[in-house]
Design a protein around this ligand. Structure first.
Ligand code: ADP
Ligand code: MN
Length: 167
């Protein structure tokens, strides 16, 4: 049996974007307002102390909870997951000067800073998302200010409330 969106009672959301665009901030707040599960993929890998980054056990765990629905998956990449997992893919975007400041506050070195700012300027993650998922499931949201953040959380909370399974 293949798991698909039609079986889920609640949707799964992927929150993606260049590091520093606000994925974890948004996912945390959205998880609170929707009572969904927040899965920070980076932390999960770190917590499990997986040197290879991923393994069969983690794969199995993720598969089971994805099938249940009600997940907010927080990850900087998006071409990595099966398309059927997500009912909505949110790509956060930040003005490059704002992003530069956020990442230097985080202590990123020059190389890492310029790589990530370039990634943002060229909309690498948005392009990746459009290539990997149906275009009508991909939504780009501006994340420059606190106002942007709260509007995005309201938008997505409303979307969750109005979501109905395809079946
Ligand atoms: P990510 O998980 O994408 O790397 P974070 O959620 O950790 O990003 O946010 C990085 C930093 O930027 C944090 O200090 C956070 O408070 C701040 N931040 C994120 N989004 C916004 C926003 N829309 N407006 C203002 N500050 C933000
Ligand atoms: Mn994060």
């Amino acid at each position: 049996m293949v798991e698909g969106s039609s079986k889920r009672k609640r949707p799964n959301i992927l929150v993606t974007g260049t590091p520093g665009t606000g994925k974890t901030t948004m996912s945390t707040a959205l998880a609170e307002s929707t009572q969904f599960r927040h899965i920070n993929v980076g932390d999960l890998v770190k917590d499990k102390n997986l040197h290879d980054g991923w393994d069969a056990e983690l794969d199995c765990f993720i598969l089971n909870i994805i099938e249940e629905g009600g997940n907010i998956v927080d990850h900087h990449g998006c071409d990595f997951f099966p398309e059927r997992w997500f009912d909505c893919v949110v790509v956060l975007q930040t003005d490059n000067t704002v992003l530069y400041d956020r990442l230097s506050n985080r202590g990123y070195n020059e190389t890492k800073l310029s790589n990530n700012v370039e990634c943002e300027i060229f909309q690498v993650i948005l392009e990746e998302a459009k290539e990997s998922y149906a275009e009508d499931r991909v939504v780009a949201l501006k994340s420059d200010t606190i106002q942007d953040m709260s509007r995005n959380i309201t938008t997505m909370t409303d979307w969750v409330r109005n979501w109905h399974s395809a079946s």
